[in-house]
Design a protein around this ligand. Structure first.
Ligand code: HSE
Length: 342
Protein backbone atom coordinates (compact mmCIF):
# COMPACT_ATOMS: atom_id res chain seq x y z
CA UNK A 1 0.00 0.00 0.00
CA UNK A 2 1.42 3.39 -0.97
CA UNK A 3 2.15 5.73 1.95
CA UNK A 4 1.28 9.44 1.78
CA UNK A 5 2.82 11.59 4.51
CA UNK A 6 0.91 14.80 5.27
CA UNK A 7 2.16 17.92 7.06
CA UNK A 8 -0.18 20.71 8.19
CA UNK A 9 1.24 24.23 8.60
CA UNK A 10 -1.02 26.55 10.56
CA UNK A 11 -2.69 24.97 13.55
CA UNK A 12 -5.60 27.22 14.52
CA UNK A 13 -9.24 26.13 14.32
CA UNK A 14 -9.16 25.13 10.64
CA UNK A 15 -5.76 23.36 10.86
CA UNK A 16 -6.93 21.33 13.86
CA UNK A 17 -10.27 20.47 12.25
CA UNK A 18 -8.38 19.33 9.13
CA UNK A 19 -6.04 17.14 11.19
CA UNK A 20 -8.88 15.47 13.08
CA UNK A 21 -11.03 14.91 9.99
CA UNK A 22 -8.05 13.47 8.11
CA UNK A 23 -7.29 11.05 10.94
CA UNK A 24 -10.93 9.95 11.10
CA UNK A 25 -10.94 9.23 7.34
CA UNK A 26 -7.86 7.02 7.17
CA UNK A 27 -10.00 3.91 6.71
CA UNK A 28 -11.71 5.52 3.74
CA UNK A 29 -8.38 6.41 2.12
CA UNK A 30 -7.24 2.80 2.47
CA UNK A 31 -10.46 1.39 1.13
CA UNK A 32 -11.10 3.77 -1.77
CA UNK A 33 -7.57 4.62 -2.93
CA UNK A 34 -5.40 1.91 -1.43
CA UNK A 35 -3.51 4.72 0.30
CA UNK A 36 -1.96 4.68 3.76
CA UNK A 37 -2.37 8.37 4.68
CA UNK A 38 -0.33 9.47 7.70
CA UNK A 39 -0.28 12.81 9.44
CA UNK A 40 3.45 13.17 10.11
CA UNK A 41 3.78 16.80 11.23
CA UNK A 42 1.83 19.87 12.33
CA UNK A 43 3.06 23.31 13.21
CA UNK A 44 1.88 26.69 14.40
CA UNK A 45 3.82 29.93 14.21
CA UNK A 46 6.39 29.01 16.85
CA UNK A 47 6.18 25.31 17.60
CA UNK A 48 5.31 22.02 16.01
CA UNK A 49 5.17 18.27 16.34
CA UNK A 50 6.51 15.56 14.04
CA UNK A 51 6.61 11.79 13.92
CA UNK A 52 7.53 9.93 10.74
CA UNK A 53 5.42 6.98 11.93
CA UNK A 54 2.29 9.15 12.10
CA UNK A 55 0.61 11.28 14.76
CA UNK A 56 -2.60 10.27 16.50
CA UNK A 57 -5.34 12.65 17.64
CA UNK A 58 -4.43 12.41 21.33
CA UNK A 59 -0.98 13.89 20.63
CA UNK A 60 -2.25 17.01 18.87
CA UNK A 61 -3.23 18.98 21.95
CA UNK A 62 0.31 20.25 22.64
CA UNK A 63 2.90 21.28 20.05
CA UNK A 64 6.23 20.62 21.70
CA UNK A 65 9.14 21.04 19.28
CA UNK A 66 10.65 24.11 17.66
CA UNK A 67 9.76 22.66 14.26
CA UNK A 68 8.21 25.50 12.26
CA UNK A 69 9.27 27.82 9.46
CA UNK A 70 9.91 27.46 5.76
CA UNK A 71 11.97 24.24 5.99
CA UNK A 72 9.18 22.56 7.98
CA UNK A 73 7.97 20.35 5.12
CA UNK A 74 11.44 19.07 4.22
CA UNK A 75 12.39 18.54 7.86
CA UNK A 76 9.20 16.59 8.54
CA UNK A 77 9.71 14.21 5.61
CA UNK A 78 6.17 14.91 4.34
CA UNK A 79 5.03 14.29 0.75
CA UNK A 80 2.05 16.68 0.86
CA UNK A 81 1.60 20.05 2.56
CA UNK A 82 -1.74 21.39 3.78
CA UNK A 83 -1.37 25.11 4.53
CA UNK A 84 -3.92 26.55 6.97
CA UNK A 85 -2.19 29.60 8.46
CA UNK A 86 -3.57 33.10 8.97
CA UNK A 87 -4.42 34.90 5.73
CA UNK A 88 -2.95 38.27 4.72
CA UNK A 89 -3.38 39.28 1.09
CA UNK A 90 -1.24 42.42 1.51
CA UNK A 91 1.91 40.47 2.50
CA UNK A 92 1.10 36.88 1.51
CA UNK A 93 1.02 35.93 5.20
CA UNK A 94 3.16 33.30 6.88
CA UNK A 95 1.79 30.65 4.52
CA UNK A 96 3.67 32.06 1.54
CA UNK A 97 7.08 30.77 2.65
CA UNK A 98 5.69 27.30 3.41
CA UNK A 99 3.87 27.04 0.09
CA UNK A 100 6.85 28.29 -1.90
CA UNK A 101 9.25 25.82 -0.35
CA UNK A 102 6.85 22.88 -0.71
CA UNK A 103 6.06 23.60 -4.37
CA UNK A 104 9.73 24.24 -5.24
CA UNK A 105 10.58 20.82 -3.84
CA UNK A 106 7.80 19.20 -5.90
CA UNK A 107 5.42 18.46 -3.01
CA UNK A 108 1.71 18.51 -3.81
CA UNK A 109 0.23 21.40 -1.85
CA UNK A 110 -3.27 22.14 -0.59
CA UNK A 111 -3.81 25.77 0.34
CA UNK A 112 -6.60 26.91 2.66
CA UNK A 113 -5.59 30.50 3.45
CA UNK A 114 -6.15 33.04 0.70
CA UNK A 115 -3.33 35.53 1.35
CA UNK A 116 -0.45 33.86 -0.47
CA UNK A 117 -2.64 32.98 -3.46
CA UNK A 118 -3.78 36.58 -3.86
CA UNK A 119 -0.34 38.08 -3.23
CA UNK A 120 1.81 35.71 -5.29
CA UNK A 121 -0.60 33.55 -7.26
CA UNK A 122 1.27 33.77 -10.54
CA UNK A 123 4.59 32.84 -8.96
CA UNK A 124 3.03 29.91 -7.10
CA UNK A 125 1.38 28.61 -10.26
CA UNK A 126 4.73 28.80 -12.05
CA UNK A 127 6.50 27.01 -9.20
CA UNK A 128 3.94 24.20 -9.36
CA UNK A 129 4.22 23.94 -13.13
CA UNK A 130 8.01 23.90 -12.91
CA UNK A 131 8.22 21.15 -10.32
CA UNK A 132 5.20 19.10 -11.41
CA UNK A 133 3.54 19.52 -8.00
CA UNK A 134 -0.25 19.74 -7.79
CA UNK A 135 -1.54 22.98 -6.27
CA UNK A 136 -5.11 22.69 -4.95
CA UNK A 137 -7.06 25.45 -3.26
CA UNK A 138 -10.74 24.66 -2.72
CA UNK A 139 -10.50 25.77 0.92
CA UNK A 140 -9.42 29.25 -0.21
CA UNK A 141 -11.95 29.56 -3.03
CA UNK A 142 -15.14 29.70 -0.92
CA UNK A 143 -14.53 26.30 0.76
CA UNK A 144 -17.75 24.27 0.94
CA UNK A 145 -19.23 26.17 -2.01
CA UNK A 146 -17.84 24.53 -5.17
CA UNK A 147 -16.31 27.18 -7.43
CA UNK A 148 -13.13 26.16 -9.25
CA UNK A 149 -14.21 22.51 -9.19
CA UNK A 150 -17.42 23.49 -10.99
CA UNK A 151 -15.43 25.25 -13.69
CA UNK A 152 -12.77 22.57 -14.00
CA UNK A 153 -15.00 19.50 -13.88
CA UNK A 154 -18.72 20.18 -14.39
CA UNK A 155 -18.29 22.89 -17.03
CA UNK A 156 -15.17 21.47 -18.65
CA UNK A 157 -14.75 22.57 -22.27
CA UNK A 158 -17.15 25.51 -21.97
CA UNK A 159 -16.14 29.12 -22.22
CA UNK A 160 -17.03 31.02 -19.06
CA UNK A 161 -18.61 34.34 -20.00
CA UNK A 162 -19.67 35.65 -16.61
CA UNK A 163 -19.49 34.84 -12.91
CA UNK A 164 -21.53 36.30 -10.10
CA UNK A 165 -20.89 35.15 -6.54
CA UNK A 166 -22.06 35.70 -3.00
CA UNK A 167 -18.67 34.58 -1.74
CA UNK A 168 -18.56 35.92 1.80
CA UNK A 169 -20.69 34.42 4.56
CA UNK A 170 -20.29 37.33 6.97
CA UNK A 171 -21.62 40.06 4.68
CA UNK A 172 -24.48 37.84 3.53
CA UNK A 173 -25.36 37.16 7.15
CA UNK A 174 -25.20 40.86 8.00
CA UNK A 175 -27.35 42.05 5.12
CA UNK A 176 -29.85 39.25 5.75
CA UNK A 177 -30.07 39.96 9.49
CA UNK A 178 -30.46 43.70 8.86
CA UNK A 179 -33.19 43.03 6.27
CA UNK A 180 -35.19 40.25 7.92
CA UNK A 181 -34.52 40.70 11.64
CA UNK A 182 -34.21 44.48 11.63
CA UNK A 183 -30.82 44.29 13.38
CA UNK A 184 -28.38 47.19 13.24
CA UNK A 185 -24.99 46.71 11.54
CA UNK A 186 -23.01 46.31 14.78
CA UNK A 187 -25.46 43.87 16.36
CA UNK A 188 -25.48 41.72 13.21
CA UNK A 189 -21.67 41.78 13.06
CA UNK A 190 -21.50 40.70 16.68
CA UNK A 191 -23.65 37.66 15.82
CA UNK A 192 -21.36 36.79 12.88
CA UNK A 193 -18.33 37.01 15.18
CA UNK A 194 -20.05 34.78 17.75
CA UNK A 195 -20.76 32.33 14.93
CA UNK A 196 -17.01 32.12 14.21
CA UNK A 197 -17.19 32.89 10.49
CA UNK A 198 -16.24 36.58 10.50
CA UNK A 199 -12.51 37.21 9.91
CA UNK A 200 -10.29 38.09 12.89
CA UNK A 201 -10.32 41.60 11.43
CA UNK A 202 -13.96 41.82 10.24
CA UNK A 203 -13.20 44.83 8.05
CA UNK A 204 -11.77 42.27 5.59
CA UNK A 205 -15.31 40.94 5.31
CA UNK A 206 -17.35 44.13 5.57
CA UNK A 207 -15.17 46.22 3.21
CA UNK A 208 -15.29 43.54 0.53
CA UNK A 209 -11.66 42.33 0.66
CA UNK A 210 -12.51 38.72 1.47
CA UNK A 211 -14.95 38.60 -1.46
CA UNK A 212 -12.33 40.24 -3.69
CA UNK A 213 -9.69 37.73 -2.60
CA UNK A 214 -11.92 34.76 -3.43
CA UNK A 215 -12.90 36.35 -6.75
CA UNK A 216 -9.25 36.85 -7.71
CA UNK A 217 -8.40 33.26 -6.82
CA UNK A 218 -11.32 31.97 -8.91
CA UNK A 219 -10.31 34.21 -11.83
CA UNK A 220 -6.60 33.45 -11.74
CA UNK A 221 -6.65 29.77 -10.83
CA UNK A 222 -9.99 28.75 -12.36
CA UNK A 223 -10.06 30.87 -15.49
CA UNK A 224 -6.38 31.46 -16.24
CA UNK A 225 -6.70 35.24 -15.72
CA UNK A 226 -3.89 37.34 -14.33
CA UNK A 227 -5.69 39.89 -12.15
CA UNK A 228 -4.43 41.71 -9.08
CA UNK A 229 -6.37 43.68 -6.47
CA UNK A 230 -5.75 46.94 -8.34
CA UNK A 231 -7.67 45.53 -11.32
CA UNK A 232 -10.83 45.19 -9.21
CA UNK A 233 -13.19 47.91 -8.00
CA UNK A 234 -14.00 46.93 -4.41
CA UNK A 235 -16.97 48.25 -2.47
CA UNK A 236 -18.11 46.85 0.88
CA UNK A 237 -21.24 47.07 3.02
CA UNK A 238 -19.79 49.12 5.88
CA UNK A 239 -21.87 52.18 5.08
CA UNK A 240 -25.21 50.42 4.65
CA UNK A 241 -27.72 52.08 6.96
CA UNK A 242 -31.05 50.94 8.32
CA UNK A 243 -32.69 53.53 6.12
CA UNK A 244 -31.16 52.10 2.96
CA UNK A 245 -32.29 48.63 4.00
CA UNK A 246 -35.86 49.91 4.46
CA UNK A 247 -35.78 51.50 1.01
CA UNK A 248 -34.71 48.23 -0.62
CA UNK A 249 -37.42 46.38 1.28
CA UNK A 250 -40.04 48.88 0.09
CA UNK A 251 -38.84 48.36 -3.49
CA UNK A 252 -39.17 44.58 -3.10
CA UNK A 253 -35.49 43.87 -3.75
CA UNK A 254 -32.83 42.10 -1.67
CA UNK A 255 -29.27 43.45 -1.36
CA UNK A 256 -26.26 41.15 -1.66
CA UNK A 257 -22.53 41.79 -1.66
CA UNK A 258 -21.45 40.24 -4.92
CA UNK A 259 -18.15 39.56 -6.63
CA UNK A 260 -18.50 39.57 -10.40
CA UNK A 261 -16.38 38.80 -13.41
CA UNK A 262 -17.22 39.29 -17.07
CA UNK A 263 -15.28 38.37 -20.15
CA UNK A 264 -14.64 41.57 -22.11
CA UNK A 265 -12.63 41.44 -25.32
CA UNK A 266 -10.93 38.18 -24.36
CA UNK A 267 -9.99 39.22 -20.84
CA UNK A 268 -11.80 39.28 -17.48
CA UNK A 269 -12.93 42.47 -15.75
CA UNK A 270 -14.31 42.28 -12.27
CA UNK A 271 -15.32 43.96 -9.08
CA UNK A 272 -17.07 43.68 -5.74
CA UNK A 273 -20.15 45.66 -4.81
CA UNK A 274 -23.76 45.60 -3.66
CA UNK A 275 -26.31 44.34 -6.17
CA UNK A 276 -30.03 44.06 -5.52
CA UNK A 277 -32.20 41.17 -6.68
CA UNK A 278 -35.96 40.70 -7.07
CA UNK A 279 -37.47 37.98 -4.89
CA UNK A 280 -37.82 35.75 -7.94
CA UNK A 281 -34.04 35.56 -8.35
CA UNK A 282 -32.41 32.57 -6.55
CA UNK A 283 -29.74 34.96 -5.21
CA UNK A 284 -32.44 36.79 -3.22
CA UNK A 285 -33.10 33.57 -1.32
CA UNK A 286 -29.51 32.84 -0.34
CA UNK A 287 -30.06 33.38 3.36
CA UNK A 288 -27.91 33.72 6.47
CA UNK A 289 -24.32 32.60 6.10
CA UNK A 290 -24.93 30.70 2.89
CA UNK A 291 -22.89 31.48 -0.23
CA UNK A 292 -23.68 31.08 -3.92
CA UNK A 293 -22.15 31.24 -7.36
CA UNK A 294 -23.78 31.68 -10.78
CA UNK A 295 -21.63 30.85 -13.78
CA UNK A 296 -22.73 31.68 -17.32
CA UNK A 297 -21.01 29.80 -20.12
CA UNK A 298 -21.24 29.82 -23.90
CA UNK A 299 -23.01 26.50 -24.36
CA UNK A 300 -24.22 25.28 -20.95
CA UNK A 301 -26.13 28.43 -20.07
CA UNK A 302 -26.39 29.32 -16.38
CA UNK A 303 -25.21 27.04 -13.59
CA UNK A 304 -25.98 27.93 -10.00
CA UNK A 305 -24.63 26.44 -6.78
CA UNK A 306 -25.60 27.37 -3.24
CA UNK A 307 -23.64 26.10 -0.27
CA UNK A 308 -23.11 26.57 3.41
CA UNK A 309 -21.42 24.30 5.91
CA UNK A 310 -20.22 25.29 9.35
CA UNK A 311 -16.73 26.65 9.94
CA UNK A 312 -14.20 25.25 10.56
CA UNK A 313 -15.32 21.73 9.62
CA UNK A 314 -16.65 22.56 6.15
CA UNK A 315 -13.41 24.33 5.25
CA UNK A 316 -11.43 21.32 6.46
CA UNK A 317 -13.66 19.09 4.34
CA UNK A 318 -13.04 21.26 1.27
CA UNK A 319 -9.28 20.86 1.77
CA UNK A 320 -9.64 17.11 2.17
CA UNK A 321 -11.71 16.96 -1.02
CA UNK A 322 -8.55 18.34 -2.64
CA UNK A 323 -6.52 15.65 -0.92
CA UNK A 324 -8.75 12.97 -2.45
CA UNK A 325 -8.25 14.47 -5.91
CA UNK A 326 -4.50 14.28 -5.31
CA UNK A 327 -4.69 10.67 -4.08
CA UNK A 328 -6.77 9.70 -7.11
CA UNK A 329 -4.35 11.39 -9.51
CA UNK A 330 -1.20 10.05 -7.90
CA UNK A 331 -2.39 6.49 -7.47
CA UNK A 332 -4.03 5.89 -10.82
CA UNK A 333 -1.64 4.19 -13.19
CA UNK A 334 -1.59 5.80 -16.61
CA UNK A 335 -3.81 3.90 -19.05
CA UNK A 336 -1.81 2.21 -21.77
CA UNK A 337 -3.50 2.72 -25.12
CA UNK A 338 -2.23 0.28 -27.67
CA UNK A 339 -1.72 1.64 -31.16
CA UNK A 340 -4.45 0.63 -33.54
CA UNK A 341 -3.22 -1.31 -36.50
CA UNK A 342 -4.62 -0.01 -39.72
N1 HSE B 1 -14.85 35.35 6.76
C1 HSE B 1 -15.13 34.46 5.69
C2 HSE B 1 -16.60 34.56 5.34
C3 HSE B 1 -14.82 33.04 6.04
O1 HSE B 1 -17.36 35.20 6.07
O2 HSE B 1 -17.00 33.99 4.33
C4 HSE B 1 -13.44 32.66 5.58
O3 HSE B 1 -13.30 32.84 4.19
Amino acid sequence: MRIFRIAIAGFGGVGRATANLLLSRRGRYRQVYGADVRLVAVCGSRSGLADAGGLEADRLSALTTGLSGADFVEASGADILIEAGPSDFRTGGPGLAYIRSALSAGHDTIVISKGALVHSGKQLRELAQGSGAMLKLSGAAAAALPTIDLIEHSLKGCEVLEIEGILNATTNYLLDAMTTKGLGFDAALHEAQQGGFAEADPSNDTEGWDTASKLLIIANFGLGADLTMVDLSVEGIQSVTGERIRTWRAEGVVPKLVGSLARVEGTFRGGVGIRTYPLTDPFANVRGKNKAIRITTDVMGETLAIGSGAEPLATAAAALKDLEHILAARITAPIQISERSS
